[in-house]
Design a protein around this ligand. Structure first.
Ligand SMILES: [Zn+2]
Length: 84
């Protein structure tokens, strides 16, 4: 029988995933699904990928008073991040 993943294991898997230097959108999709299933908040990790195409975010950065905008190098989508 297949062992079910528990929340601790899911968290570890997510942590490990975001420590990688590179990842594919398909792999990220799986990780997001795991996070949702276990209701794990991605928090600051959300800044690491493009909201639209799910590629690793490494693009032009511009900062305003309230937001940081990172333009996705893959699809050009502007990812807005509120500055706390
Ligand atoms: Zn993108």
């Amino acid at each position: 029988m297949k062992k079910e993943m528990d929340k601790t294991e899911a968290k570890e898997r997510i942590e490990r995933f975001f420590q990688r230097d590179d990842f594919k959108p398909d792999e990220l999709k799986k990780v997001i699904r795991i996070a949702m299933k276990f209701k794990i908040k991605l928090g600051s990790k959300r800044k690491l990928f493009c909201k639209k195409c799910l590629n690793k975010l490494a693009g032009r950065l511009s900062i305003s008073k309230t937001h940081k905008t990172i333009e996705c190098a893959s699809c050009g989508f502007r990812n807005k991040v509120r500055i706390a």
